[in-house]
Ligand binder design. Sequence first.
Ligand code: ZN
Ligand code: ZN
Length: 356
Amino acid sequence: MLSNRRFHLNRFFEEHALKAMLFTDLRNIRFLCGFTGTEGALLISPDNAWFLCDSRYTAQAAEEVQGVEIRECGAVRIETIAALTDEFGLDRIGFEAAHTTVTSFRRLSEKLNGIELIEVGATLDEIRIRKDHAETELLSEVATLSSRSLTAVLAEIKPGVREIDIALALELEMRRRGADAKAFDFIVASGERGAMPHGVASKKIIQAGELVTIDFGALKNGYHSDETVTIACGKPGLRAEEIHSIVKAAHDLAITAVRPGISCKDLDEVARGYIREKGYGDNFGHGLGHGLGLEIHEMPTLSPRSTAVLDEGMVITIEPGIYIPGFGGVRIEDTVVVTANGCDVITTADKQLLVL
Ligand code: ZN
Ligand code: ZN
């Protein structure tokens, strides 16, 4: 039951002495009540919950939402919120500070006259940091779909093909296999472009002997997948092989170290320390990974500055890389679910150096 997820809110009710919390971020709304539409608000008190939408979404909400009362609003949603706060004496309401614009905050303050509006900061996103069984199932399903799509289009990666053609073929394959959309603009970075960690697919033509980094993911039922392979289009040079083997070893070491209780900072250092030892410390500029779920980047963050500690049920990426300006780069990324003793890797494309 989705309403079980509301226990996550108890700490915020207590910490800020709130009578209710107001949600407008669609990911949080989906997580807490199941609504998948693109407009709505959710008001939750310790004893009640109301989903507020306009007439376009009433039928959809009736099908989707669980454990909340649906209130259809007129043109001005805040008036319905104001009526509820009056009726139930909700005079101190928390709102999502990280997802509220200054304009909407001003409007709320004007219309909810006499009600204290309390900022609940980015820690609110911690309600989604540990995935429950239903979520890990959805994440595994989309990860499998995405990995298989890559395997199906590998034959199309060859000299003379543009990066953008690979991105398009991969997206089409994912859609054929049931993805709702791509999870983000795929990175297809070949040759020297591989030195750009976020080199979105361009019109560059892939040349024989180049490494090609492909960072890709699908979106299905609201959940994202994220995976990266670096493959060789024809026989690579010795330096390319060396860099690939260092990144692969760093990736494997980090995955072996994943377990509940390890700090995200220490986990980052497992891979970073290895890459540094091999002489490429200055060529790994980004963090080791990130959480993912209803968003492509969620908590926790894995970096030298992280303060989070891993726990069972978290779903994170492990994605070390080496980037050398003027030469190219390698990144290898898998998504893993933290289990009681270690982790399950849910992305399945081959991470050895494939030579196509
Ligand atoms: Zn990625
Ligand atoms: Zn990633």
